[in-house]
Design a protein around this ligand. Structure first.
Ligand SMILES: Nc1ncnc2c1ncn2[C@@H]1O[C@H](COP(=O)(O)OP(=O)(O)OP(=O)(O)O)[C@@H](O)[C@H]1O
Ligand SMILES: [Mg+2]
Length: 366
């Protein structure tokens, strides 16, 4: 069976005669799928009336059928959006030929908390699952370089990212969520990453700039705990739509939310809202709801900081089990659905950071 990387590699030999570049670099290749001896992909044309389209499709088929193990090629045609066409016509400010220049990611939502273990990764995972179920194209960037936990939730048997000469390809989950994490690049998943700040920042930047995410409606970024270097890097280098704050009811919630909220405010990143995780427990036998940690103050807390309160999630042993086994996509997540809907509806389009890392450094002392 051919690999997705081989498909991209072969398609790099197919030129758009009009634009004089290959169709991969032009961002025309989407949704590559290899199933047995069958390859399918979508070719996004500048116009469906393109007089050269038959020739490009024929060239693509020929290139793919030349691969070992490929017997059938199915090419779907679609038209680029006005924005994509404009980008193609006007060139791009991003690095020429880089993965970043080929990606089109509409919304980037980071999940953050001032404290460890409150369920950021769970919320990141559930958000991706809910958005995918709603029909969006979704990716998850695991920005927790020293404590990555996303791959374990999505891949019961582990996974490996693909690679083309210019880009890393994210691993794809069972339901089609694209995932990139340092864990996918390590030989053994329990290997420790003992890196300091600058290396961590570089890894995160590469996960943005060198990964071929393609066209995504939402990219969810799972942050490490606290207001650390990694959180700063994400807020100062990625074009965030906003951040979702996660808390749990146990102690210090106020102080922790204040810290995270202040950081977002100073960096001018919108806060999309607050989620309280592990908020209550529903006894499976009786259906009785217990506020184990006492009554929730999350809604008041959100009001105090003038941020939307998105909702509460119960403690559910089933979720721990499914996450540990790589089957988060099987969790019904009824409580999370309305939360994801609000995030999807209110997240503004991704926009470059107001306080980018480089500008700030070069302006130091000004
Ligand atoms: N609502 C919940 N019900 C049951 N278990 C949960 C719930 N939320 C989180 N957990 C479990 O608690 C553990 C910690 O959750 P998670 O990894 O999402 O937290 P985190 O904030 O990302 O942690 P870290 O700060 O280490 O990145 C995981 O084992 C997870 O499965
Ligand atoms: Mg985590």
């Amino acid at each position: 069976m051919a690999t997705v990387e081989q498909v991209y590699e072969a398609l790099r030999g197919v030129m758009d005669p009009e634009l004089g570049r290959n169709i991969v670099d032009l961002g025309m290749v989407r949704d590559v799928e290899v199933k047995g001896d069958r390859v399918r992909f979508t070719m996004a044309l500048t116009t469906l009336a393109c007089p050269l389209k038959d020739r490009m499709v024929a060239d693509a088929k020929k290139a793919l059928l030349a691969l070992e193990g490929v017997r059938d090629v199915d090419v779907k045609l679609t038209e680029m959006s006005a924005e994509e066409k404009a980008r193609l016509a006007g060139g791009t400010s991003q690095r020429e030929g880089s993965a970043e220049a080929l990606n089109r990611i509409d919304h980037v939502v980071a999940v953050m908390s001032g404290k460890g273990g409150v369920g950021k990764s769970l919320v990141s995972g559930l958000l991706a699952v809910a958005l995918r179920r709603a029909g969006y194209r979704v990716g998850v960037l695991d920005a927790d370089v020293t404590g990555p936990s996303i791959p374990k939730m999505f891949f019961p048997d582990g996974a490996r990212p693909g690679a083309t000469p210019v880009a890393i390809l994210p691993a794809e989950s069972r339901t089609g969520i694209e995932v990139m994490s340092i864990n996918l690049l390590l030989e053994r998943e329990d290997e420790a990453v003992i890196w300091r700040g600058p290396l961590i920042s570089n890894a995160i930047r590469q996960f943005w700039g060198d990964v071929l995410w393609g066209v995504l409606d939402y990219l969810v970024v799972d942050l490490p705990p606290g207001t650390s270097d990694a959180a700063l890097t994400v807020m100062q280098t990625l074009p965030l739509s906003g951040v979702v704050l996660v808390t749990s009811p146990q102690g210090l919630a106020g102080m922790i939310v204040r810290k995270a909220a202040r950081m977002a405010e100073r960096l001018e990143v919108p806060i999309l809202g607050l989620v309280e995780n592990m908020s209550y427990f529903v006894c499976p036998e009786t259906g009785t709801r217990y506020d184990i940690f006492g009554p929730s103050h999350a809604a008041e807390l959100a009001a105090q900081f003038d941020i939307p309160f998105l909702g509460r999630l119960p403690i559910d042993p089933k979720i721990t089990e499914l996450c540990d086994e790589g089957h988060i996509e099987d969790y019904p997540a009824e409580e999370f659905k309305p939360i994801a809907e609000v995030i999807a509806r209110t997240a503004p389009a991704a926009k470059p950071p107001a306080h980018p890392l480089r500008t700030q450094q070069s302006r130091r002392g000004k």
